[in-house]
Design a protein around this ligand. Structure first.
Ligand code: NAD
Ligand code: IPM
Ligand code: MN
Length: 355
């Protein structure tokens, strides 16, 4: 029996609501399978914790997390705590310090999901975004000089290391090769004359090792237009931290909304735990009402099962959500239904049990 020890950080707003359902589905999969089980430990870190203690997590928080096989995270950030503190001290800290340099975000339109673009079908929207997740525009490098004076200057640097670019681009080529798909790099070398010229150069260099992979390279402005006008151009996509953040919200909108979008923050070497999360935030506008969609966090749970090589289960879970969407069986409001978060999560579990 394989035992996976999982740290759960439900976080803020709808985070705890949707995390409960992700855990429910993982427990259901383990029980039905019989060959593996989970041990979950929940940590109450986040904005409430900050308001009580002045910290987003305790001093030894990272050492505590280090001992787990994986982390499940709900959402971080809430009015009352500045976002640049809450996010940098918890979510971004974990991604960075655990060297989770791959952010793998599927943009896949399930049958029955609400796509806002006329004439676009599930066959047209099946992308995998590989977002650089450890440096780039998110490196946190810069300065705030002469604050509050007429000379005030702020500097926010983008940090693009050869190692950092090469490893994420190589990961994307490997995936494209394995899945026999095309690979698209998205950058902006016409304006960002150091970072993105370097990125494009490394994309071409690494590509020499993968002559069998069909490649495309788009500027980010054109890429966002094509994602809406002609999404089937994109299969595997590799891009920088900030562009990946923005384009995967656009991707989420195309593929049924924030309630259906998940992401895995991977440390491929498995030196550190990887982290799985819905890509949406704490949704203060609907928090506490029990109406959030749990499908994104359940999708993240399916990615966790894939990561541990339980791939049959990941697919089974996504197929179950797809069947519910097609049949209109127990759907949250953002998918045109009337069911609450818990009701939807329980229904996914029931259907996995064949009920
Ligand atoms: P958001 O993703 O929280 O919400 C955007 C919109 O999507 C809202 O209208 C919300 O109701 C809707 N939505 C999100 N998740 C949903 C779900 N599961 N079901 C149904 N509808 C859903 O983005 P925001 O409002 O820009 O950010 C709110 C807070 O969350 C901020 O503090 C922000 O920094 C933080 N944030 C955190 C993460 C994260 O933890 N990974 C991601 C994005 C934003
Ligand atoms: C995401 C989020 C985070 C990001 C924020 C909350 C820092 O938007 O996971 O997409 O920009 O990476
Ligand atoms: Mn985002």
């Amino acid at each position: 029996m394989d035992v996976y020890r999982i740290a759960v950080i439900p976080g803020d707003g709808i985070g705890p609501e949707v995390m409960k359902e992700a855990v429910r589905i993982l427990e259901t999969a383990a029980e039905l399978d019989g060959n593996f089980r989970f041990e979950f430990t929940t940590y109450p870190w986040g904005c409430q914790y900050y308001l009580k203690t002045g910290e987003m997590m305790p001093q030894d928080g990272m050492e505590i997390l280090r001992g787990y096989d994986a982390i499940l995270l709900g959402a971080v950030g809430y009015p009352g705590v500045p976002d640049h503190i809450s996010l940098r001290e918890l979510l971004l800290r974990i991604r960075h310090d655990f060297d989770e340099y791959i952010n793998l975000r599927p943009v896949k339109l399930l049958r029955g999901a609400q796509c806002p673009i006329k004439g676009v079908t599930p066959e047209d929207v099946n992308m995998t975004f590989i977002r650089e997740n450890s440096e780039g525009e998110y490196a946190g490098s810069g300065a705030w000089l002469y604050p509050g004076t007429p000379q005030e200057v702020v500097i926010q640097n983008g940090v693009f290391s050869r190692k950092g670019c090469e490893r994420v681009i190589r990961y994307a080529y490997e995936l494209a090769k394995k899945e026999k798909k095309s690979l698209t790099s998205i950058s902006k070398a016409n304006a960002l004359n150091y970072s993105m010229v370097f990125w494009d150069q490394i994309f071409a260099e690494v590509g020499k090792d993968y002559p069998e992979v069909e490649t495309h390279s788009y500027l980010v402005d054109a890429a966002s237009m094509f994602m809406v006008r002609d999404p089937k151009r994109f299969e595997i996509v590799v891009t920088s931290n900030l562009f990946g953040d923005i384009l995967t919200d656009l991707g989420a909108a195309i593929a049924g909304g924030m309630g259906l979008a998940a992401g895995a923050n991977l440390n491929p070497e498995r030196t550190f735990p990887s982290m799985f999360e819905p890509i949406h935030g704490s949704a203060p506008d609907i928090a506490g009402q029990g109406i959030a969609s749990p499908f994104a966090s359940i999708w993240a749970a399916s990615q966790l099962l894939d990561f541990f090589g339980r791939e049959g289960w990941g697919k089974k879970i996504i197929d179950t959500i797809e069947a519910m969407l097609v049949e209109g069986d127990t759907l949250p409001r953002d998918q045109g239904g009337t069911s609450g978060c818990e009701e939807c999560g329980k229904r996914v579990a029931e259907r996995l049990r064949g009920i």
